[in-house]
Design a binder for this molecule. Sequence first.
Ligand code: GRF
Length: 212
Amino acid sequence: MPDEDNKIMKTNIAVFASGRGSNFLALAKAVKGGRLKNAVLSLLVCDNPHAPVVFKAKKLKIKTALVRPDIFSTKEAFEERVIKHLKENKIGLIALAGFMRILSPRFVTAYKNKIINIHPSLLPSFKGANAIKDAFDYGVKVTGVTVHFVDEEMDHGPIILQREIKITDKDTLESLEERIHKIEHKLYPKTIGSFVKGKLKIKGRKVLVKIR
Ligand code: GRF
């Protein structure tokens, strides 16, 4: 969106992650490579000082807010600290990428329609932390990736984009994981690109993605 000086108004993004950080890295590369022109990856929010994602952010010189839940007496106090970091960095979009905590309804309301999540299954199937394995063990022939807005329920908010992949007889859990992550690394930057260009419109449970 241009401002009065005709400059592009950029959206500051915070990625919330607790683990490996391959999606964080994919987003950082997309921003650096000029594929997300309207976005700045301003902040990593992490709850685990030993998570590999912290080291990835350090290497890329991306600011990290390490907020350890164990030093707060309540979830509310933990989230207040996170919100302080978000405000200080004028965050306009929160992208959850393997963040192993459920955000409270209060937090979700504070950032209503500004929090998105990537999940490695075709929601509403296989919610939860082990979606790839659960789908594989169940024996489904098709699974995939979902990017959705976050609401008060886990893996539940309005779906923005989904990509399906077929599970073949040759797949192992490892090969499936690899194929899923490859899709994630394309789908998340693409969805965020639509968000920062103002192309997403939520109507109840449906998200309309404007083509132009
Ligand atoms: C991804 O599979 C994502 O869909 C899920 O958590 C995983 C995070 O992986 N929510 P990484 O830390 O980005 O590598």
